[in-house]
Design a protein around this ligand. Sequence first.
Ligand SMILES: [Zn+2]
Length: 106
Amino acid sequence: MNIQELVERLGENREEIVKKAVQCKTAAELMKLAENNRIKLTEEEAGQLIALLRPRDVELSLSDLDAVTGGGDEKVNKECTWCGSRNTYFNPDLYKNICEDCRMTF
Ligand SMILES: [Zn+2]
C-alpha cells in the first residue's frame, strides 16, 4: 500500500482523521473510522495501516506524517553525531537521520 496515496485520500480532514486513526487498536476500528468519513479502505489496507501505526502509536504526530508525505518543514538539519556535519537529512523510511558527508545514520 502507498501511504502517501492513502493520506491524500483523507483530504482536508486528514489532521482529525489521523488523530483518531492512531487511537484505533484494530483494523475493524480503523475501517469503521474510514467508513464514517466516507473513505474507501480495504480490510487489507486497514491491517497494514494498523501495523504501521502501532510501533509509534503514542508519538505519531502530524510532523511525522509530514515526514512521510514529504510535506513538512524538514529544513532544520540535525548535527551528525559522528562527524559534526550539518549536511544531513531525515529519512522517513529508516526513521533516522543520514549524514551526507560520512554516510552514517543516527
Ligand atoms: Zn557525518
